[in-house]
Each structure stands twice: as structure tokens, then as C-alpha cells.
Ligand binder design. Sequence first.
Ligand SMILES: Nc1ncnc2c1ncn2[C@@H]1O[C@H](COP(=O)(O)OP(=O)(O)O)[C@@H](O)[C@H]1O
Ligand SMILES: [Mg+2]
Length: 250
Amino acid sequence: MTGSVPAVEAVGLVKTFGSVRAVDGIDLTLGAGRIYGLLGPNGSGKTTFIRMVAGLAHPTAGTARILGTLVPDRSLLARIGYMPQVEAVYPELSVEENVAFFARLEGRRDPAAVNRVLDLTDLGDRRGTPAMHLSGGMRRRLSLACTLVHEPPVLLLDEPTVGVDPALRAQFWAHFRRLADAGTTILVASHVMDEADRCDELVFVRSGRILVRGTSAEIRTSAGTTDLESAFLHHAGLDSEGRPLTAVSS
Ligand SMILES: Nc1ncnc2c1ncn2[C@@H]1O[C@H](COP(=O)(O)OP(=O)(O)O)[C@@H](O)[C@H]1O
Ligand SMILES: [Mg+2]
């Protein structure tokens, strides 16, 4: 942990879309050099939360700060790596051109940085392929390469390993761990629990609110369960079949 300024700090974040409260008052402080899992079912507000923290969506209420700076702020672009849930790569540009473009945006001109992330994402031999000719999994890898190339201290990754094969997935997590060990703060959103044990800490969300935060062991212990799926249901106030525990049978 470096200094006293949190890497990410959300205070009272709210985002409404009409009558939907996508994010319903989230307070969250994340420290440097750790991997946090933002876990919750589809529609629980993960993407909306991350987009507000990244400065891409305007909160209905509340504030976000990255490394002490109020979001949005131009100076934060170089310090945040945001990987969207739906890739935003340029279809006509080649793999290498896409990565080099994102590197240049953040003032990186060093070809070694581009080569490093192409190696990491196993796209070295696809460097000349236009992005539109890549498979879904390869586009996911390209998106990650574009997110990492400027080596930002804060990574916001929205479902980064969906569609990525298991061997490469393991490689990604090993890399995330190396980055965290070197001081990078990583927030990874996921709607499945299978990678939760790779995270240092978990934040369970449902209906735009935080249910519980803690290590995997802490959350399982406090729920009195051995697996995280059951722990989620417990913390959401649901029974093992997903029904409200307070439901009155008639
Ligand atoms: N642009 C939008 N317009 C209207 N509703 C939205 C929009 N984006 C998200 N929502 C709604 O907000 C809620 C949270 O969505 P989202 O943040 O994508 O959740 P998650 O990433 O956890 O699946 C959902 O009910 C979703 O339908
Ligand atoms: Mg999402």
C-alpha cells in the first residue's frame, strides 16, 4: 500500500436510467497493489459503476476519485486502463495498429511496449491481421492489449476473460498478479464466481448495491457456506433456490 490516497474512491455513486437505479449508492475505496473482484449477476450495475469510475458516464449523484483526482479529468486518461465489456477496437486497423494507436493516445511511442502486450496476449503472429478478421476470443485479447499497453497504475477490467481459453486465462491472471505485485490496482468485474479465488478481495453487488466486501474466506465464513455461490445467495437474502428468505408461503 503506498501513501494514504486511495487508488479508487467512490462516494455515494448513483446512476439512474429512467426508473432503473442501475447503481444505487455505492461507496467503495480500493487500495494500491491489490486485485479486487466486482462480482454480481448480469444487470447488477457492474458495467455502469466501472464506466462512472472511468469517467465515461456521468453519475446521477456522488463522486469518484482516482489516485486523489476527481473524475472526470483529462490527466487521468494516462493513469487508467479501462477494458470495456464490449470491445472498442478499430475493425479496419491491424492488431498491431490498434495497439500502437492506443499507446500513442497515452503518449507511448515505444515499440517495445507494443511488442510486450502482443506477446502477453499471444497475438504476436496476428500483428498484421485486421481486427475485423479476428475471432471473438482474439478480439478480447486485443482489447486487453490495448488496455495494458500504456502501463497505467489503475486497471478497470469489465469481464476481461469472457471467451478466452483456459490456458491463456491462466496467463492473464499470472500477469494481473505481477502487475498488482508491482503496485497496480486492478478491479475485475465478473458475473461468474470461477475466478474469484484469484482476487485478493471481493465485492458482491446486486441491484446496484454492495452486499458484502471481504476476502473469499471471510465472505464464506460470514455466510456459513463453503462455496461462493451459496455465500452470494446468503448475503443477498435468498435461499438455495434463489427465493427470498423472508417470503411468506401461502
Ligand atoms: N444505457 C442504458 N440505458 C438504460 N438502461 C441501462 C443502460 N445501461 C445499463 N442499463 C440498466 O442498468 C442496469 C445495470 O446494468 P449494467 O451496469 O450493465 O449491469 P452489469 O454490468 O452488472 O450486467 C440494468 O438493469 C441495465 O438494463
Ligand atoms: Mg456488465
